[in-house]
Design a protein. Structure first.
Length: 210
C-alpha cells in the first residue's frame, strides 16, 4: 500500500532529479569595505544604541572594572553570572557574588541572577547591533538572554561600519546572537513592552582605546 509519506518522498526525489546540478551563483553586489574615523564610528554606534534605549558607558580600558562595578551597583545587582572565559580583572572592583556559568546549570536557574557580564565579538555601528559568538568570554546564548540585566563590554576596535563588514569578521560555524538594544516588543496598541524575550536592560561598556 502506498502511503502519503511515500508519495511526498517520491515527489521530492523526482524534483531533485530534475534540478540542475550545483547551486546557482548568488550575486553579492552589496557595499563592502566601508570605514570611518574612530570618532565618527563611535558617535554613530552610540547614537544607534541610545536610540534603542541601551545605556552606553564609554571608558578607557584601564577603567573597565571601575565602570562595570558602577553599572552593577546602580542596578543593585548583588549576584551576577559570567561566562567561564571572562577576564576576571574586569570584576576586580565588584564586591557582589559572582557565579561562573556552565552547561550543567539549567537555563531556568539563570533567572535567579541579578545580571550578567559578557564580552562581545564584533558590532555594527550603522545598525547599533552587537554580535556574540559563543566564545569563552561571551558564553552560551541562555546566559545573555535569561537575566534581566546584560552588561556587555565592547571594544571600539571591534565596531565595524556596516553589516557586511561586521559579518565578515564572524566565524560562520560559531553560534551567533545579535543584540540591538534591550529586549522589546509592542502589543496590539503599539505600546512598547521591554524584557519579554530577553534582558530588560542592556548596558554597553564601550572601551574607546581598544
Amino acid at each position: 500500500m502506498t502511503t502519503a509519506r511515500d508519495i511526498v518522498l517520491g515527489r521530492v526525489r523526482d524534483a531533485l532529479a530534475l534540478a540542475p546540478a550545483g547551486a546557482p551563483p548568488v550575486p553579492r553586489a552589496y557595499r563592502t569595505g566601508r570605514t570611518l574615523p574612530d570618532e565618527e564610528r563611535l558617535a554613530l554606534f552610540t547614537d544607534r544604541l541610545v536610540d534603542y534605549k541601551a545605556q552606553v558607558h564609554p571608558c578607557t580600558a584601564d577603567r573597565t572594572a571601575e565602570v562595570i562595578a558602577e553599572v552593577l551597583r546602580a542596578r543593585e545587582a548583588g549576584r551576577i553570572g559570567v561566562p567561564p572565559g571572562l577576564d576576571t580583572g574586569w570584576l576586580a572592583a565588584y564586591d557582589g557574588e559572582v557565579q561562573q556559568d556552565s552547561a550543567d546549570i539549567p537555563a531556568p536557574r539563570l533567572d535567579a541572577l541579578d545580571g550578567v557580564v559578557t564580552a562581545s565579538a564584533v558590532s555594527c555601528a550603522e545598525t547599533g547591533t552587537i554580535f556574540l559568538d559563543g566564545s569563552p568570554d561571551q558564553g552560551r546564548r541562555a546566559l545573555s538572554l535569561v537575566p534581566d540585566l546584560h552588561v556587555c563590554v565592547v571594544d571600539l576596535s571591534t565596531v565595524e561600519v556596516g553589516v557586511p563588514e561586521a559579518v565578515a569578521r564572524l566565524v560562520p560555524e560559531r553560534p551567533t546572537t545579535l543584540i540591538s538594544g534591550p529586549s522589546a516588543t509592542s502589543d496590539i496598541e503599539l505600546e512598547r513592552v521591554e524584557g519579554v524575550h530577553g534582558p530588560r536592560t542592556l548596558a554597553v561598556v564601550l572601551r574607546t582605546d581598544v
